[in-house]
Design a binder for this molecule. Sequence first.
Ligand SMILES: *Cc1c(COP(=O)(O)O)cnc(C)c1O
Length: 473
Amino acid sequence: MTLNHPDFAHWSEQAARWGARYRATLPEQAVRPNIKPGAVLAKLMPSAPEMGEDMAAIFADFERIIAPAMTHWQHPRFFAYFPANSPAPSVIAEQLSASMAAQCMLWQTSPAATELEMCMIDWMRQALGLPDGFKGALHDGASSATLSAILTMRERALGYTGNRTGLSGGPRLRVYCSAEAHSSVMRAIWFSGIGEDNLVPIPIKGPLRGADAGALATLIADDLAAGYTPAGVVINVGATGSGATDPVAEMVAVARRHDLFTHVDAAWAGTAMLCPELRGLWAGIDDVDSLVISGHKWLGAHPGAGLHFVRSPHDLNLALAAHPTYLDTPGQENLVNFSEWGVQLGRPFRALKLWFLLRSYGLEGIRAMVRQHIKWTNELYARLAATPEIEIVTKPILALFTFRLAPKGVDDLNALNLRLIEAINDGGRIYLTQTNIDGKLVLRMQVGSYSTTAADIDIAFDAITETARRVMN
Ligand SMILES: *Cc1c(COP(=O)(O)O)cnc(C)c1O
C-alpha cells in the first residue's frame, strides 16, 4: 500500500522511537548475535509479494527477523575492527537527508549539499591543522578515496595518457607501501590495472612498525635502474592490524626527490589528529599530495563518510572526470561538481551528518572523547600486561594494542588464541577481532566507540581474563 503524508509522518516517528529504544537497550544485548549462517534467510519470504503489504506488518518483521540478527556496531563494548560510529546527531542528519533523497553529483543537482561539503572539508582541514592549500571531497569510504588517489597517481605518472591508451605496452609503473597497509591499497592497485606485482613492499622497522624510508629510497633507485616507472608511495598512519605508522616526513622527502605522488591512509587514526598534542604521529603531513580519513570511524559521521583531502584537485579531476553533454551545466563554468572528484557519479548527501555532528559535539567534545579512549586503552593495556600468561604483542598506538594468551608449554599458540577469540565473541559481553603479527595470531584491542564508558573497559578486562582461564583448562 502507498503511504500518504500523515502515514509517512507516523511511521517515521515509529522508526525514530524504535531507534532511541534500540540504542538504550544495547548494553544488555550480546554485541554479536549468536546465530548460524542461513538462519535469517530461512525466515524470509522466498519471493517478493505481488500485492503491497501494510507498513505495520513490514515493521513488525523488521523487529522480529532483522534487528535481533544484527551485529550491534553502536554497542558500547564493540572493540572489534574499528567501530563505525554514528551518535544521535549523525542519525538525525541521515533521517533528514533520507527524506530529501537528493543525488549530489553536480552543483546544480544539489547546491546546498555541494557548498556544505566544501565547508565541511574546510572545517576538518582547519581542525586537523592541515595547511590552506588542501581541498577535498566526501566519499563512501576510505577505500574509494584510496582508489581515486591511486588512479590519479597512475595518470600523473603516465602524463594523463593512461585513460586513453590503456596500460598494455606502456611503462611498467611501480607503487610502494609497507606490508602493514590496508587491503584497500592492494585492491586499488588491482582495479587501476597497475597489478599486484608492481606494488613493492617496503620493509618495516621500529616500535611503530613503520616503513623504512632508507629502504624505500633503495627500492626506488633499483627500480629506476631496472627500467620501471615509479609512480607513487602509500603511507600508513595507524594501519588496521596494529596501528602501524610510517615516518611521513621521511617518506615524503624520498618521494619528492623522484617526483612521486604520495597518498596517506589515516582512515582510523586521522581523527586523533584533531588533538594537537598527537600530531607528532603524522609530522610531515603538510607536504603530502593526498590524505584519507574515514569520517565514519572514530569521528562518528555515520557510515559512508570518507574524507579525502588533496593538494591538487586539478590532477584528481584530470584523472577522473568525464564531461558528457547531459552532465553539463549550460552557462556555468568552473562550478565544483563533486562527482568529478571520485569514482561515483551518483552520490548521497554526506556533508549534512558532519555538520550536525561537529556542531553538536564541538571539536572539544570529540577531542575529549579521543583522549578518554586513549587513556582507557593504556589503562587496560597495563592491566593485561600485568596478567600472567597474557603477552602484549604490540604496545598501544593511540587506542589500539595487540595481545595473546601465551601459557608455557603450549605448542600451538595460534590455535589456542583462535579458541580464545571465538569463546570471547560467543560470550557476547565484548566483541574483538584478530590479526596476524609476524606469524602470530593475536587479539586486537581498541577503544573507539562513542558509547563506551569506564565500566565497559572493566567488563572487557573481566571477559578477556575469565575466558582465557576457561580456554586454558
Ligand atoms: C577501515 C580502514 C580502511 C577502509 O575504510 P573504509 O572507509 O571502510 O573504506 C582503509 N584503511 C585503514 C587503515 C582502515 O582502518
